[in-house]
Ligand binder design. Structure first.
Ligand SMILES: [Zn+2]
Length: 401
């Protein structure tokens, strides 16, 4: 079908020879209709696509082909064969943005100064000699009984300076005090158990936020790729690379929390695993810059490369199980990691095999195609990994090294 396009002058980016390929129904009278017609660019079938937009011959229709940028941006709200691909990952991006904000707000980053002030006040008010003798009776085996006067002085000087590190060794002592003399700490103006537990030095969060950043980058890049790629061959070229870079970034940064929190007390293996996956991730991104990498016949190689990157995570996970087999958290996180592996693995297989559209071409153009299933499985896998990350944080916050 050949229909004349209106408003040709709107889009200077668009090459003149492609103008007639952008199809639109004849306009009706009135501004409302005119606006509607601007949005209603006609969708085309697979056989009328230019070569660079042909990727999946089992999706037969509902393609946008070389539309102007304005119409492409508006098409986020219309139905075509990329609508659900855009939205599955855009919603995923907002889920991870919310999780990032929630995690940053919920998990303590630094020691609570207000709580520290309360402890200092509590010690100032207490009869230290009496307290010390009570503690000796209560905990005769307590090693390195702290000098409470010294502790009080340390707290006094450390609060204004905010130089808390030297005092952090006292947190464990304070915990002992709490278990020994609960009435002291729960009475009146004194600190409660919640505040005391919050006093522990929290484990660094950067590996967890690196993963959340990688997930958000992947989801947003993918969503943008699906929305914008139909504009022109040049933009398809750029966006597909961004999409592959996003996938590589998600896989690589997914290693950061499990590897860092499993091996944080063993810098050699921590650096070995983190270094390897970072190099592998960068190599994959560089490889994806090669023009041949995005040809349709490379679909299985692309899937295998990302699959291989993911499967290399088995090594640090087995290593973690060997080291911490007696820790329930090690098993708990591994179960999450197995579930994540299954979700990503099934996603990669569905993507490579183009199931289910290969069985009924044209029936899944709008909803149910392999790529949408792949997207949902990626978001589910990343969310499982987030859950595992929380277990790691809790484990290390409580136990340290
Ligand atoms: Zn995608």
């Amino acid at each position: 079908m050949r229909v004349v396009r209106m408003d040709v002058d709107e889009d200077p980016i668009m090459p003149a020879e492609t103008v007639e390929m952008c199809l639109v129904s004849p306009p009706n009278e009135g501004t409302g209709n005119r606006l509607w017609e601007k949005m209603k660019y006609q969708l085309v079938e697979y056989h009328s696509l230019p070569g660079f937009l042909r990727d999946n011959e089992y999706i037969l229709g509902h393609y946008r082909s070389e539309w102007p940028m304005k119409q492409i941006l508006l098409s986020i709200f219309t139905i075509h064969n990329e609508t659900l691909n855009v939205w599955t990952h855009l919603i995923g991006f907002f889920i991870f943005l919310s999780l990032t904000i929630y995690t940053a707000m919920k998990v303590p980053k630094v020691v609570d100064l207000h709580a520290l002030q309360q402890i200092s006040d509590a010690l100032n008010k207490a009869d230290l000699h009496k307290l010390q003798s009570e503690i000796r009776t209560c905990l005769p085996s307590l090693p390195n009984m702290p000098d409470l006067n010294k502790l009080r002085e340390e707290l006094k000087t450390s609060i204004p300076l905010m130089d808390l590190v030297p005092s952090l060794s006292n947190w464990h002592v304070l915990e002992h005090l709490h278990s020994c003399l609960p009435e002291l700490f729960s009475a009146g103006n004194f600190i409660d158990v919640q505040v005391l537990q919050g006093m522990k030095e929290p484990i660094t969060r950067w590996p967890f936020f690196t993963f959340l950043g990688g997930a958000m980058f992947c989801l947003l890049a993918s969503s943008a790729c699906h929305l914008l790629s139909c504009h022109s061959e040049r933009l398809t070229y750029i966006m597909l690379r961004l999409d592959y870079a996003g996938i590589a970034a998600l896989i690589a940064t997914s290693f950061y929390p499990p590897v860092y929190y499993s091996f944080m007390c063993d810098p050699f293996f921590c650096n070995l695993y983190l270094g390897s996956i970072t190099v592998l991730g960068i190599a994959t991104i560089l490889l994806s810059l090669l023009p041949m990498f995005q040809r349709p016949e490379f679909r299985k190689i692309r899937a295998s490369l990302f699959f291989g990157m993911g499967i290399s995570g088995v090594a640090p996970i087995i290593h973690k199980l060997v080291l911490f087999w007696q820790q329930p958290e090690a098993l708990h996180t591994t179960l999450y990691e197995i579930l994540m592996g299954v979700l990503y693995g099934v996603g990669a297989l569905v993507y490579a095999a183009r199931i289910p559209e290969r069985w009924m071409p044209g029936k899944f153009d709008i909803a149910g195609q392999s790529h949408q299933l792949f997207h949902v499985l990626v978001v589910a896998g990343a969310f499982t990994h987030y859950q595992a990350g929380l277990v790691y944080l809790k484990w290390r916050d409580q136990n340290g090294c």
